[in-house]
Design a protein around this ligand. Structure first.
Ligand SMILES: Nc1ncnc2c1ncn2[C@@H]1O[C@H](COP(=O)(O)OP(=O)(O)OP(=O)(O)O)[C@@H](O)[C@H]1O
Ligand SMILES: [Mg+2]
Length: 280
């Protein structure tokens, strides 16, 4: 089966500045794909290309198995977008905003009560957006991207600026959507978020994809040859993943004084450092 979307050798420059440099990746149907990178890496630009708000200079992009140049309006009905500038009308309530977006999308909005409930906004549905907290706005904006039941959802930093509770609510909603079959393309600065939500991640640096794999596979690729033991006497012992390490571990276990043993794998921030030589 062809991927739901793919980029092959895609480049884009703004004037003389190369912003995307020979990008290539695929997203399969049903995936939650994380697109990670520091500020200015090209994440939003990539979403804009995939949603035809910008046109590539070179390379090939396919969407729903067809070249993006041939995408129809019907194809765009299959997509939802939460951009970094998604707009809600300040003087309208959350519910009226969602009804408005449902109308634009040509759907009844019969699903709105369920969506509001799932996003924990049912009690606040009459609140004017201008009186909403940032978390409420972001959750409402996410619902606005969902009113027509898209198969493919582009989310540009959906949890940026949210407090931990609001972030957890958005994550819960995204997991539910993805479990129900929605394909999610998510950009984030937040490595932990990507590790948490995404089966695969692409890591973008200055317009180049420096890695594209499962977070676990990336961490294992850069894993250190190290095992960390915490002992009851307060010592933290580092040993190697080999025969010498095995006897140190066996000894600690036999002594009965070993509180924990961890194999040392880097997190995605450390992976980024390994790949680029720079802090994320
Ligand atoms: N319309 C434009 N004209 C000129 N340069 C642009 C334009 N849009 C983006 N850029 C530049 O392209 C690069 C990538 O921008 P982009 O917004 O895609 O980054 P990003 O990864 O989304 O960053 P952030 O995490 O801050 O949102 C940046 O250097 C940015 O300044
Ligand atoms: Mg951006």
């Amino acid at each position: 089966m062809s991927p739901l979307l793919s980029m092959e050798d895609v480049s884009l420059s703004f004037k003389e500045k190369r912003v995307l440099d020979h990008l290539a990746f695929q997203v399969e149907r049903g995936e939650c794909f994380g697109f990670l990178g520091p500020s200015g890496a090209g994440k939003t630009t990539t979403i804009k290309l995939l949603t035809r708000q910008l046109v590539k200079d070179s390379g090939r992009i396919t969407l729903f198995g067809r070249p993006i140049e041939h995408a129809s309006n019907a194809d765009y009905e299959r997509i939802g977008v939460l951009s970094d500038t998604s707009a809600l009308y300040e003087r309208m309530s959350i519910e009226d905003n969602l009804r408005f977006y449902a109308k634009i999308r040509g759907v009844t909005g019969n699903n709105l009560p369920t969506l509001l409930e799932r996003m924990n906004l049912a009690d606040d549905r009459k609140t004017l957006v201008k009186n909403c907290s940032k978390g409420m706005r972001q959750r409402a904006a996410l619902l606005a991207a969902l009113v027509h039941g898209p198969e493919l959802l582009f989310l540009d930093e959906p949890t940026s600026g949210l407090d931990p509770a609001a972030r957890a609510e958005v994550h819960k909603m995204l997991r539910e959507l993805n479990d129900a079959g929605t394909t999610v393309f998510l950009t984030t600065h937040d490595m932990a978020e990507a590790e948490d939500l995404c089966r695969r991640v692409g890591i973008l640096d200055e317009g180049r994809l420096v890695a594209c794999d499962a977070p676990e596979a990336l961490r294992l690729r850069f894993a250190k040859n190290e095992v960390l033991m915490r002992l009851a006497d307060g010592r933290v012992v580092r040993t190697s993943k080999d025969a010498a390490g095995a006897s140190a571990v066996a000894e600690a276990l036999a002594s009965g004084g070993c509180l924990s043993i961890h194999s040392v794998e880097p997190n995605l921030e450390e992976v980024f450092l390994e790949l680029t030589g720079r802090e994320f």
